[in-house]
Design a protein around this ligand. Sequence first.
Ligand code: ADP
Ligand code: MG
Length: 736
Amino acid sequence: MESRASDPPSPTSPSPSRSSSPPRIRRLEASVVNRIAAGEVIQRPSAAVKELVENSLDAASTSVFVSVKDGGLKLLLVSDDGHGIRHEDLPILCERHTTSKLSKYEDLQTIKSMGFRGEALASMTYVGHVTVTTITEGQLHGYRVSYRDGVMEHEPKPCAAVKGTQIMVENLFYNMAARRKTLQNSNDDYPKIVDLISRFAVHYMNVNFSCRKYGSNRADVHTVGGSSRLDAIRTVYGASVARDLMEISVSDDNPTRSIFKMEGFISNSNYLAKKTTMILFINDRLVDCTALKRAVELVYSATLPKASKPFIYMSINLPSDHVDVNIHPTKREVSLLNQDSLIDTIQSAIEAKLMSSNSTRIFQTQVVSSSLPTQISTRKDKEHSIANSGVQSQKIPVNQMVRTDSRDPFGRLHSYWKDGSQSSKQEKKSDLASMRSVVVARRNWKENTDFTSLDQLVREIDSNVHPGLLDIVKDCTYIGLADEVFAVLQYNTYLYLVNVVNVSKELMYQQVLRRFSKFNAIQLSEPAPLQDLLLMALRDEELETRGDETETNDDLKEKIALMNIELLKEKEDMLEDYFGIKMEDGSLIRLPVVLDQYIPDMDRIPEFLLSLANDVDWDDERECFQTVSAVLANFYAMHPPILPNPSGDGIRYYRKNREEVGLEAEILVDKSDEEQVDEELVAEAETAWSQREWNIQHVLFPSMRLFLKPPKCMATDGTFVQVASLEKLYRVFERC
Ligand code: ADP
Ligand code: MG
């Protein structure tokens, strides 16, 4: 037994059933423990650079120079002009848990320095060769000493030195073959180091930074301290980035929500990039906060129609006991007290900033083209192309949406939009032309008009919010559609049915007012003649005619259409300037983007135009803004598609009747009923329905969480209905 226990089971025969004695637990050698820990703290060369630069900044340096060889694997050199390290501290400098910044646990609550664990330098000596050269104030000479596995290799040697400290790390991961190999195979870490120094340079704008490849006389980052923040950003990221930034600041000091102050710069709608740049400093520490980053990206994607990712520099200060810097070994990802509330406040501030930044805005037009393979697959393609190009062009199959075929059983509209596969050159040209005209129109817009009535309408929304519903809207989880009109959502332990049509209509209404006069455009690829559209809408209207001669009925409709066109023509400029509805030469040219990523159901254009001409109060400014917004909202709301849902019962609408099927059906007598449906129309309907469902889940609900201010009436008019309390349901299950 004895010998068995001292003999550890070989890894190839670890059969627990054969041996009842458990394997011996041994104490690992300290150097092994330290090397494992070191590997966690120093995961890659850029992580080592971060620790070294933070040490330099903690030492009150005004210059920090970084030099890198072989992506940092061969050599990392960080020199500063800070206060240096005392001669008597050098022996323990690189032992684990030696620090000058923290002595008791309580200090953690108030710590201002970036380091405090006393782990970084020690770690580096376990996975690389570290040499420190340093001189403190008032000394005639400095000292140089090398470290291995936490201890000095020799007594510190006196040497000539300039003010500050120089730390050299050679052969990083020399004793971790696998790590070294993956780093060598993967991309060079140098770009990461440049990125890191760039971020520090923006935040610590009073410090001179430089970062270069070892031996190169060209620095990849080079800043001179003492400039403004924007200058620092310009120097590091270039003038083209700095040009498209807006300053932002927001604070909160309500202890029940959050206490913080945020200052920064954020990109405006002209900025174009495929990837988000988020430079985040919390209490002057460079950190990541994934939740905040996502939240910011969401505001951008919901507010600006371009799928550009933002550039964000943000410095947040909060009471130090509100940040838990200790959750990550490298202190990189932080968690914050009252994080949700803080994120909410920042989101709203960014959103407001984006909304109000119309002065330098170049409006992007979205060309609605009629290329139509399948609507569903374009979703994926679209996401893909957004990711690739960084710029979004919304393509939605419209040629089937507007149809003038009078024999069509559903009174649907046919295409004014020509085939999108036609020359893309032409598309580009018209795109450019429309872009130009939008920009020109924008310039002519009377900036100094005073819209008290608009303010009033917006304030009305704010004062009419139902707080309980607002909570639900902000924090709900979308479960799915219950039927054609109701969606199911969960909030806390409650399930609610929500009327999608009502909610989307209200959201669109509020969005129209928010975006008032600042709309981006959905460009129709062909002008759509108002007369045809209006007649189409009127066809379904039962008109009261004197007598019952059908001819006069048709004449009357034509007359009404013409009067409507006259009226719309009169209001053309106003509709374009304020609502982004552009009409020209008796045709509809452009529609506003009310919610990003969303194009309304083009089948509803005729009703929309009819309603625009007839349901708007043109006399009073406030009434006019309100009614136009309401008409737009009704058009953009997520109504069930006009084509009946072919799944289930709805399929009967698509059966071909015998006459139409004619001879063919007589011959193919054994063809079952189901097969004699209009396949094309069914496919179209299926597409429309699944597109709508997608929109509800991926466009409506995310935007609703961000923007909707549910009015009080929604609590009682059946828009929100609580259907179950999960707690009660669970109790029922327990009894079973
Ligand atoms: P920490 O930063 O967590 O204290 P480190 O291992 O990074 O731990 O550094 C250990 C100590 O070495 C620091 O507390 C500091 O006193 C000293 N030190 C490290 N780098 C420098 C530097 N560039 N200038 C002055 N002192 C330094
Ligand atoms: Mg440190």
